[in-house]
Design a protein around this ligand. Sequence first.
Ligand code: SF4
Length: 65
Amino acid sequence: SEDAPQAKALNYVKVAADAKGHPRWNEGEYCDNCMFWRPANNGCSLFPQNSVEPKGWCQSWVKAN
Ligand code: SF4
């Protein structure tokens, strides 16, 4: 959830485009193409206690291999 402390710290948003204006955000970056995405449970390895939206984003986004 966007309210989780770690999510807030990383400026997580449920809809990637809502991060427009963030210096790290670029069009086409989503949780589901991030190296930290865990598709089995809509998870993020940086927020193991919470699920994230496939089309969400945060400032720790790194392109998946
Ligand atoms: Fe989404 Fe990646 Fe940020 Fe996790 S690290 S919330 S998968 S953008």
